[in-house]
Each structure stands twice: as structure tokens, then as C-alpha cells.
Design a protein around this ligand. Structure first.
Ligand SMILES: [Zn+2]
Length: 370
């Protein structure tokens, strides 16, 4: 995550703090100093918050080390003002494994809370005369309450928070993964709205968490749906196999006419059957302005991303769209298709309607203009 510093590496996992985390330390210290009026009060408050975040870190290690049992690595653990984030390479697909990974975090805080409670009990804390003001000032009691709060808060079924993941994995035992995620994400978003509203009256941190839950739920649901939609498909299944292309030496004005008459805005350029590149939307007009109407087509080719192989899994092609909206599909140096966001979306739609059984047969033809 941007703006994070690594502070320590434990069990092969980097622990980082985000720059905003430092702000909250300053804010807590300062507010304690201003209300308590002493350096000692500020220090106690800082120590409390640091210890609390140590417990948050242990919570994240609960997730990370349980995931490791199932062969899943953790990239890093980052501490943010709203808590910690363990970046697992992936979530286990097996619902039982996900349930264990999700529950391991709150379980750590439960164990710590039990330890603190036992300590306070053995120390005679609960047998002293009841004085709420004195009791609430006790450092260890505050940590105990904080840990119990962590357990309860994380168990709120607001996907992608721990409780929401437990809910999703529970649902996934009864229905398919995508449907379970969809339901969990809906509930998560509903709870995010309530959390945000409650935050206005109770605590602004709740609003931050609500925003995190709202976007997190949406993003995860989208990824899961996309992955399910692309399962078993390769690039050939989603590529456009009928398209116009031009020869390298054809004048740009011909390319312009081709675009105007066909509505195909990205025109591949070939030479002796070999693919050279694509004249993309925008490239053509720029080239015509700078080089003139009679300049050869190859002069208008912009920077070309790597071609895709027809047998490549579609899911692996997704990240390549960040470089370009149209990707060439090549067999050797020969252009056999174009993959666009639209063709991909159409294929996912078809797959969802037919349950993945009805694969279209690509013809492998392309149309040249001469
Ligand atoms: Zn957690």
C-alpha cells in the first residue's frame, strides 16, 4: 500500500504502518494532553493505543498464519487508523478453510481478552468496592474492553469484514460461491449504510469503516462474478475474429474511409501477412494532421502492447487491458483476432446465460481492404 513504512518482519511477513496511522497517534496523544492536562496522561493514552494496535497486529497474524496452513502466503500486514489489513495472496476457495481463516483473527482477540480477564480476576480487581470512575481508569480493564469490542465489531456480518467472510463461507456451504458472495456483499453494503449513519452520531471512525466496507464489498463481489464468468474460457472464445485490416503502405486517408464506413475504430496493420500493430482511435487523426493524408498506414501505429495467444486463459488477459482497450491475438506473427472489453463482456454474458456450455466457434477469418 502506498504511503506505508515497513517496521518489522515476523515469520516472513512484513509489518507496515501507514502514514495516516502516525496522525492518529499524534491526535490521541494531543487530545489526552489537552483534556488530561499532563504529559503523563498523554503517554498513558499513547501506550494504550500502541498496545491496542499490537493486539490488532496479532489479530492479523491469526489470519495470516491460518492461511499459511492452507498454503496461502501473506504479502504484508499494514496498520491503518481503522485497523489492520493482512494482504493474503488469495482467499481459500473452500468455504471451510475461509471460515477458519476469517475466524482466526477475532479468536486471537478472544484469547487475549480471556487472558486479561483472568489477570484482573487473580489480581483482585473485581473484588474491590465498586467505583466506576476508578475502574474505568484502569489500563488493563481498558485493554480488556477494547479487545472485547474488537471481537464483537469484527464479527458484525459486514462483508468483507471478518464476520461477513464467516457469513459468506457459511452460505457457500449451501449454495454456489458466486451467489453466496452476492448475498454477503448486499448485506455488507446494507450494514455499511447503517454503520455510516451511526458514525455521524457516535464516532467518525465508523464512517471510515463504512466507506471501506461499502467499496470492499462491491469490489470483491465484482471480482468473484468476473472470475466465475471467465472460468474455463480462453482468449479465442472471446476474441473478435472478423475484422478489417489494412496493408502497411496503404495511405492514411484510406484507413480513415475504412473507419468511417465500417465503424471499426481500431484498425490492424499487416505486411505480407505479418502483424505490425494497430492504429488506434486517436492515433489516426493525429497522424493525418502531422504526416498528411498520403502517409503510409504503418506510420500511424502507436506503441503496441504484447499480443495474446489464442489459448491463453481469459482471466490472465484481464490485467493487460490496463495498457490498451484493444489487444491483438497472434498465432506466430499472424493476427487471428482482436480482444476488446466489449467482446469480453459479451462473452461473459453469453457464458452466464448458457451456463458455459455453448462455446461460439471462431471462424478465424479476417477481411482485408485492397
Ligand atoms: Zn480480521
Amino acid at each position: 500500500m502506498k504511503g506505508s513504512w515497513q517496521i518489522v518482519r515476523i515469520a516472513g511477513i512484513d509489518v507496515k504502518i501507514h502514514v495516516t496511522f502516525v496522525f492518529i497517534l499524534i491526535w490521541f496523544g494531543l487530545s489526552a494532553y489537552l483534556t488530561g492536562g499532563s504529559i503523563a496522561a498523554a503517554m498513558t493514552n499513547l501506550l494504550l493505543i500502541l498496545t491496542l494496535f499490537l493486539f490488532v497486529t496479532l489479530h492479523e497474524f491469526g489470519h495470516a498464519l491460518t492461511a499459511r496452513l492452507f498454503g496461502i502466503k501473506t504479502t504484508d500486514i499494514t496498520l491503518l487508523p481503522i485497523g489492520g489489513i493482512a494482504r493474503l495472496e488469495q482467499m481459500p476457495e473452500d468455504p471451510k478453510e475461509e471460515l477458519l481463516v476469517a475466524a482466526a483473527g477475532p479468536a486471537v482477540n478472544l484469547v487475549i481478552a480471556a487472558g486479561l480477564f483472568t489477570g484482573l480476576l487473580l489480581g483482585g480487581f473485581f473484588s474491590q468496592p465498586l467505583n466506576l470512575a476508578v475502574m474505568m481508569n484502569n489500563f488493563w480493564l481498558q485493554l480488556l474492553i477494547a479487545n472485547i469490542t474488537l471481537v464483537l465489531f469484527n464479527l458484525v456480518p459486514a462483508f468483507p469484514m471478518d464476520g461477513g467472510r464467516i457469513l459468506r463461507s457459511g452460505l457457500a456451504l449451501w449454495m454456489d460461491h458466486v451467489k453466496a458472495t452476492r448475498i454477503a456483499a448486499h448485506i455488507g453494503r446494507g450494514l455499511a449504510v447503517l454503520m455510516g449513519l451511526a458514525g455521524i452520531f457516535i464516532n467518525p471512525w465508523l464512517i471510515l469503516t463504512a466507506v471501506f466496507v461499502w467499496f470492499g464489498a462491491g469490489a470483491e463481489a465484482q471480482t468473484v462474478e468476473l472470475k466465475a464468468g471467465l472460468k474455463g474460457l480462453v482468449v479465442r472464445d472471446a476474441m473478435i475474429s472478423q475484422f478489417y485490416q489494412v496493408d502497411a503502405n496503404q495511405p492514411l486517408v484510406d484507413v480513415f474511409h475504412l473507419v468511417m464506413t465500417t465503424g471499426q475504430y481500431n484498425i490492424p496493420v499487416v505486411s505480407n501477412g505479418n502483424f505490425l500493430g494497430i492504429i488506434r482511435r486517436g492515433d489516426l487523426q493525429r497522424a493525418m494532421e502531422q504526416l498528411g493524408n498520403r502517409a503510409p498506414a504503418y506510420a500511424a501505429i502507436g506503441t503496441e502492447p504484447d499480443g495474446l495467444e489464442p489459448t491463453m486463459p481469459l482471466i490472465d488477459a484481464l490485467p493487460k487491458f490496463s495498457a490498451s482497450q484493444v489487444l491483438p491475438v497472434l498465432e506466430g506473427r499472424q493476427l487471428v483476432g482482436l480482444l476488446t472489453r466489449e467482446s469480453l463482456q459479451q462473452r461473459i454474458w453469453l457464458n452466464q446465460r448458457t451456463g458455459g456450455s455453448n462455446k461460439t466457434k471462431p471462424t478465424g477469418e479476417s477481411t482485408d481492404i485492397a
